[in-house]
Structures are given as C-alpha cells and as structure tokens.
Design a protein around this ligand. Structure first.
Ligand code: COA
Length: 176
C-alpha cells in the first residue's frame, strides 16, 4: 500500500477559501465561505475534515451530530482529483471520528441522479431510507435519504477495516 502525499486533517479557517472554491464548482447553490466559517465555530456539534496534499485542499467532508445521531452535511472532492480514493479516505476518517464521538447512526441526502456518490455511500453501508421530493431547488430533483446504523458495532468495524485494506493508498491522518 503506497502513500501519495494526501493527508486527512481537521478543517481550519485557512482552508476556507479553497473549500469554498470547490463548493462553488460542485453546488448550484453553494454554501458561502461565511457559512463554512460559522460551522467551524460549532465544534460541539460539527466536525469538518479536509483532504490536502502539499499544495492544495483536495476535498472536504462535514458532519453534524446530536448525541448518537450524525448527518453528513456536505461532501466533495475537487474535480481534478477524483477517483484517487480521496473521498473514501475522508469518509473512513469521518466514520472513525464519528464512532469516537459516540455516534451510532449516520444519514445523508444525495441527489437521486448522483450515481458516483450513491455508489461510494453504498460501499460504506449506507442504504436508502426514504425520498425527499423536490428537495433540490435548482432543478426540483428528489433527494434520496440514506442511512447506516450500528456503526459502533464489530460488523461495521470490519467493513471499515476491509475498505481501508482494499485501497491501494494508505489513509494518513494529520496529527492534531
Ligand atoms: C462523489 C465524489 C465525492 C467521489 O469522490 P472521489 O474521491 O472521486 O471518490 P473515490 O475515488 O474515493 O471513489 C470511491 C468509489 O466511489 C465510486 N465512484 C466514485 N466516483 C464515481 C463515478 N464517477 N462513477 C461511478 N462510481 C464512482 C466508485 O465505487 C469508487 O471506487 P473505484 O474508484 O474503486 O471504482 C466526487 O465525485 C464529488 O465530489 N462529486 C461532486 C460532489 C458530490 O456529489 N458530493 C456528494 C454529495 S451527497
């Protein structure tokens, strides 16, 4: 398993400009930079990670939680760095952190047409749990609500371990 210089760490204010640029490139109604900054001021209910290499922010992953229930709020990888397991590494790290925070179940919304993200989430055990009709107001598309339960259990731990082992690159965490 190789190391390609990608590191997963906590999102900091200094990353916000790059995060915002990625957000603007993927989201028809992008979150503003100040909205991301506000998220960083809520460390007891929000947990944000970024993937970086030496030079740039490659992606970000946001989680909000209340007691044992978490929700992936925003998640993207720079278009020039996809299919390099950047999203997989961010999700692996986000799941490990979620478990450490006492979260046992996670949900998210994803565009019905977003095959890439649905496939990725499926690998992590997310399964469809409902539909929010017309959720996305840019085109009226439905959102698929996906859930994964018992992430603190042994079975899920094995799933995370095999996902990590199947990657050709190693997940490297920044020391905090
Ligand atoms: C979805 C997204 C985060 C995936 O990022 P990524 O870093 O390219 O993902 P990974 O390299 O970790 O891919 C992991 C797996 O996800 C699936 N996947 C990723 N991109 C895919 C694509 N374009 N088509 C089909 N499957 C895809 C594959 O199963 C892939 O494994 P493989 O490369 O071994 O086949 C990225 O495409 C993105 O940022 N899209 C725009 C924003 C977005 O949709 N965010 C999610 C909102 S809910």
């Amino acid at each position: 398993m190789s190391v390609d210089g990608v590191v997963i760490g906590l999102m900091r204010r200094r990353h916000l400009r790059a995060v915002s640029a990625i957000e603007q490139s993927v989201n028809p109604h992008p979150w503003s930079q100040s909205l991301f900054a506000g998220e960083l001021r809520m460390p007891t209910s929000r947990h944000w990670l970024v993937a970086r290499d030496n030079r740039q922010v490659l992606g970000f992953a946001g989680l909000m939680w209340n007691v044992d229930e978490g929700h992936i709020t925003n998640f993207a990888v720079h278009a020039g760095h996809r299919r390099r397991h950047v999203a997989t590494r961010m999700l692996l790290a986000q799941f490990r952190d979620a478990i450490a925070l006492g979260i046992t179940q996670l949900s998210l919304e994803v565009r019905m047409s977003n095959e890439a993200a649905r496939s990725l989430y499926g690998r992590f055990g997310f399964s469809p749990g409902g539909v929010r009709r017309g959720y996305y107001n840019d085109n009226g598309e439905d959102a698929l609500v996906m859930w994964v339960h018992d992430i603190d259990g042994a079975d899920f731990g094995e799933r995370l371990a095999s996902l990590a082992a199947a990657m050709p690159v190693r997940l490297v965490r920044e020391a905090t």
